[in-house]
Unconditional design. Structure first.
Length: 247
């Protein structure tokens, strides 16, 4: 999980800049629409939608816009027809990169993403070229000051908890995508309150890179995330500690 956490920390450092650009509103709105389209409009039984709404509230997306996005996703309101697509490619140093996108124009999006890859030292690959290097996992974070590892294991093991990792101030619980909702339900029944919950792509192994390559990879990933049609970017890179200390 270390590569996933490191990239999340790097993202957090640029979150204020992202908010100024206003792009984050577009991303959270699209995610609500996609989540509602895939799993229905009830967040109590749709974990992806619940996470999407929580992310929207965290960036202060107005309630009326959340409601509108939800209704567009379920088809209650008319709106743009979004396709959910994953692109695969390679970054500097040969690291694997997955790009989740939501688009109303596939031809435009693939051309733009190919350009972003090539401009930043990477190349867009064929479908299936790197996806096998990642697993889709449910990740749930709990405050270490509130719960012990033993409490989390006891409450969630039978529901499908796979691993619990020490992530600084948080415990990071991992599970399969299939067991994600059951684990969430088990923790809710036990009265546990999660700080974050998401289904994400986690690399099976990490590729170590030096500081120079790491900076190039970050520039590529930031360029991808700054593109309006991109929802998430995943990489199997083990960023050097020097980059984690940058301000």
């Amino acid at each position: 999980m270390a590569g996933h956490s490191k990239w999340k920390n790097i993202q957090a450092r640029k979150s204020v800049q992202d908010k100024k650009k206003g792009k984050v509103f577009t991303k959270v709105t699209k995610e609500i629409m996609l989540a509602a389209k895939q799993g229905g409009g009830d967040p109590d039984i749709n974990a992806r939608l619940r996470s999407a709404i929580a992310a929207a509230k965290a960036v202060n997306l107005p309630k009326d816009k959340i409601d509108t996005a939800l209704k567009k996703g379920t088809g209650e309101l008319g709106g743009e027809a979004l396709d959910e697509i994953t692109y695969e490619g390679y970054g500097p140093g040969g690291v694997a990169i997955l790009v989740d996108a939501a688009t109303d124009n596939r031809n435009r999006t693939v051309a733009d993403i190919r350009h972003i890859f090539s401009k930043n030292g990477g190349n867009l690959g064929e479908s299936g070229c790197v996806a096998w290097m990642f697993d889709k996992k449910g990740l749930i974070s709990f405050d270490k000051a509130s719960y012990t590892e033993e409490q989390l294991l006891e409450a969630g093991l039978e529901a499908g908890v796979e691993d619990i990792r020490d992530d600084g101030e948080m415990w990071e619980v991992s599970t399969t995508q299939e067991n994600f909702q059951a684990v969430l339900d088990a923790y809710a029944a036990a009265g546990f309150s999660a700080q974050n919950e998401e289904v994400t792509m986690v690399p099976q192994t990490l590729v170590p890179v030096d500081e120079e390559a790491g900076r190039k990879i970050i520039r590529l990933m930031e360029a991808l995330e700054d593109y309006d049609d991109v929802q998430d970017v995943y990489v199997n890179c083990d960023f050097p500690e020097e980059l984690m200390q940058d301000e």
